[in-house]
Design a protein around this ligand. Structure first.
Ligand code: PLP
Length: 488
């Protein structure tokens, strides 16, 4: 392609994108096709001769687009309802055009400067010191691994694990603490670090799914008495199942008492501090040693962009700096070499899309859009509370609504039938399946003390109040039908 072809093809693609987005409400959220059928549709011999872009585009719209689950659909409410945005879509094209590799400062000076600026802006949004060390990485799971690796080297400096590994018969048992609601990226980090999943101490959360500081304190004391070595505590702001917010300040107090590193996984919850009436419910994150927040979950950015902050100066670099000869540059000519802050060497110019998004919407524009999602979630909760057969099963302030359908009457009784709770678990699972198969919405679920709940995340930039009203009508209608089916 010469630059002229690029522009022509780009126009054709943008026309398709425009048409797709303008008509998105007429398209099913998720496809109904089995894996074999789909693979047969996509499989073809390795192409030998070139294919024209018109054909590739047409084929993409015929064979790929209809079989995607559309995460950016205004009626997609599963997992975390994320969406990209105009500035992010176009920035991705420009990032790909320049294709700079932002590893050492010298290799991409403006990319490093923009990265520093957007990291400062986002630190202000989430209430973290702007002068903290920080880096953009490709996901919260890896950011947590990086933070816990730095915590290991900082907390257990005497063991020199970075240099010697875990060799030696008398290596102590290392421990990481988190609630039973924390994301399993903590366990994955424990696998990679040689800590082991058995040594992630999963503490029972309270009735609002929050980590309990007194339980944490007791667990650390117990481990110390038994000669185990604590590495770090992970608190969560916005848990995956219910959007619970751990009491970060009180947890930080416990950590301070033991000289322990506190990592806060605010992948989902951090940016909701932009919403004025949510802010009092989410403490500023400044007491954490490290923090992870996910613009690709909340800030209308496409995947994969996560920010990792660490206010312990040089802790990330002390762990990850390892400079081979070919990457050496003159320190006088370098501001920050981001390759020293994580395991990643080759790094995309991700900062550009955040620069475009934040400048396009402004802080107030982002806050207004997030506030709209919070309001729609409040409306959905209110609808459920007004209905005798529905309950709001978890009490998050974030727009992650957990609902459970428990009709007051009509469940089988007698020998061999489910208990009432099991019956309602099955009923709610069948509602989730049915609404997601309908193509009208797509939901995920959680199993919490209340039982199996429908998890409805609201956060897409295009979702409107009428979409949520339609969802509520669909839920009621489907719930009644599933109930009748189960009783038959
Ligand atoms: N932390 C929390 C609370 C999450 O919910 C998730 C994913 O949903 C993650 C971390 C992992 O995020 P990522 O997909 O960016 O690795």
């Amino acid at each position: 392609w010469d630059p002229h072809d690029l522009e022509e093809n780009g126009r054709a693609l943008l026309a398709r994108i425009r048409n797709h987005l303008e008509n998105i409400r007429d398209i099913p959220v998720a496809p109904d096709i089995d894996a074999r059928q789909l693979q047969d549709l996509i499989d073809e011999p390795l192409p030998d001769s070139p294919t024209g872009f018109d054909d590739i585009l047409e084929d993409t719209w015929q064979r790929v687009v209809p079989y995607l689950t559309l995460w950016h659909h205004p009626s997609f409410h599963a997992y975390f309802s994320t969406s990209t945005s105009g500035p992010a879509i176009l920035a991705d094209a420009l990032i790909s055009t320049f294709n700079v590799n932002a590893h050492v400062w010298k290799s991409a000076p403006a990319a490093a400067a923009v990265e520093r600026t957007v990291l400062c802006w986002m630190a202000q949004m989430v209430g973290y010191p702007q002068d903290a060390d920080a880096v953009l990485v490709n996901g919260a799971s890896l950011a947590t691994l990086y933070a816990l690796t730095a915590a290991r080297d900082s907390s257990l400096g005497d063991l020199r694990i970075r240099e010697r590994g875990l060799a030696g018969q008398d290596a102590p048992t290392l421990r990481i603490y988190a609630s039973d609601q924390a994301h399993n990226s903590v366990d994955k980090a424990a696998i990679a670090l040689g800590v082991g999943t058995d040594n992630v101490v999963r503490l029972p959360s309270d009735e609002h799914q929050r980590l309990q500081p007194s339980v944490l304190d007791a667990a650390i004391h117990d481990d110390l008495r038994h000669g185990r070595r604590p590495v770090a505590v992970v608190a969560t702001v916005g848990t995956t199942s219910t959007g619970a917010v751990d009491p970060v300040e009180e947890i930080a107090e416990v950590c301070r008492g033991h000289g322990l590193w506190l990592h806060v996984d605010a992948a989902y919850g951090g940016f909701w501090r932009l919403v004025e009436d949510i802010r009092p419910h989410i403490a500023s994150l400044e007491s954490a040693d490290s923090v992870v927040v996910n613009p690709h979950k909340v800030l209308f950015s496409s995947l994969e962009v996560t920010a990792l902050y660490c206010k312990r100066k040089d802790a990330l670099a002390n762990t990850f700096r390892l400079v081979p000869e070919y990457l050496r540059t003159d320190p006088e000519e370098s501001a920050v070499d981001y390759m020293n802050h994580s395991l990643q060497l080759g790094r995309q110019f991700r900062a550009l899309k955040l620069w475009w998004i934040i400048r396009s919407f402004g802080r107030s524009g982002l806050a207004a859009r997030l506030t709209r999602s919070v309001r729609m979630a409040e409306t959905l909760r209110a609808r459920a509370r007004e209905h005798p057969d529905w309950t709001v099963a978890a009490s998050s302030v974030l727009p992650l609504v957990c609902l459970r359908y428990e009709p007051a009457s009509g469940f089988p009784q007698g020998e061999g039938t489910d208990s009432r709770r099991q019956f309602h678990d099955r009923l709610n699972a069948s509602i989730r399946d049915a609404v997601s198969r309908s193509g009208e919405t797509y939901l995920s679920h959680a199993v919490i003390p209340a039982g199996y709940v429908l998890r409805i995340s609201i956060g897409n930039i295009q979702t409107r109040p009428e979409d949520v009203e339609r969802l509520w009508e669909l839920l009621k209608k489907t719930a009644e039908a599933c109930h009748r089916n189960l009783l038959e």
